[in-house]
Design a protein around this ligand. Sequence first.
Ligand code: ADP
Length: 277
Amino acid sequence: MLVVKLGGAAGIEPGALVKDLADCLKGAAAGPAGRTAREVVLVHGGSAAADELALALGQPPRHYMSPSGVKSRYTDRAALEVLLMACAGRLNKLLVEALQKEGVNAVGLSGLDGRLITGLRKKAVKAVVDGRTVVLRDDYSGRLEAVNAPLLRLLLSAGCTPVISSLALSEAGEALNLDADRVAAGVACALGAEALVFLSNVPGLLRDPADARSLISRIPAGKLASFQGVAQGRMKKKLLAAAEAVAGGVERVIIADARRARPLTLALAGEGTVIAA
Ligand code: ADP
């Protein structure tokens, strides 16, 4: 069982992953008798798609800096609904459509559906917005609380491939925006996945983010914390998610490039940053 997180960063076209995923599933199904088809859960975010839609709707996306300097999306109710439209809606369904076209019985879900993902809402967020420090009380983002693993197992046992957009349900039954990398890590832990693959618009963790040839190809799981300093911006969250996955029992986490043919096969063959015990 594999969990794959497809990034939404610039330059990522889902087509290559969709084709590769379909081939992997068919290959496993046609394998030696008794061998079960390899099961895959696909998780995606979609902040770029949400930004694009927000602009088209005349509601430019807003961001805030935490006092510690981490940039996040300011998700008020209007922004949350744009995320629902862009991620749980169009992006999720385009992935399902593309997978179905390749013969994969994909089922697109958001974390809200069937209480698939529950989250804890950040009730008061201290933030620097437009240069002023304020407390945001209308932000609908949160962190992962629980994954409904039985529901995912039910879908997998029916031969379906779940495609999950990283929205969640709060304690109060409201939709929440969650970080897709950390949702993927949570899903991988909850399902006891053998590997978690992050496919992004970089070859992996780079020693110098501006130099694609500076790939760090292996990181012993125990040494992950010491590599946090190498990551900047959103890559920090990916490493945090990788650490959560490793702590939750996932044996192998791979950060690899989505922008090439057979991105999943190559990632599993070790072409990227492999974090393992
Ligand atoms: P995705 O949408 O695929 O999850 P993110 O935007 O969250 O991608 O994270 C990938 C980005 O992290 C890269 O595009 C790159 O700009 C940035 N980054 C920062 N530091 C590093 C690093 N050390 N190695 C690789 N990428 C890095």
